[in-house]
Design a protein around this ligand. Sequence first.
Ligand code: SF4
Ligand code: SF4
Length: 131
Amino acid sequence: MTIININIPVRIIDSIKDYAKILQDVVKMNISFDILKFSTTPKGITLIIDVPSEKLNQVNEAFKSEGISVERKSTVCVDNELCIDCGACISLCPTGALHFTNNYELEFTKEKCIGCLICLDSCPRNAIKET
Ligand code: SF4
Ligand code: SF4
């Protein structure tokens, strides 16, 4: 599976019908995917979705043809100087990339990180950064 970031600009979401059409087009592709995060900003809608890797190009082309930008997600790093091992990020991480050691110190296993960025906003110390 591959995590991608979909940015749907507000000019495309003129009406609920336009948004429904976009989803309908995706459904027609017969691709199942998981929505990991849905957020709205004054600029539009951002979705972080998990798509099958072999369908990535098809999904990219479909969204781009609608004028929607698609980006591969990156990963994160944890600044150990800022982290206070509070654990707030751990329960949000869907893969266990963020976890406690036996000494209740935060440990980040980069190989497990899928770049969903769900943890970014959870840290009260801003210790998690996108890389
Ligand atoms: S981005 Fe954060 S929440 Fe997502 S998998 Fe990586 S460490 Fe876990
Ligand atoms: S939320 Fe921030 S301070 Fe708390 S354990 Fe995670 S990285 Fe460390």
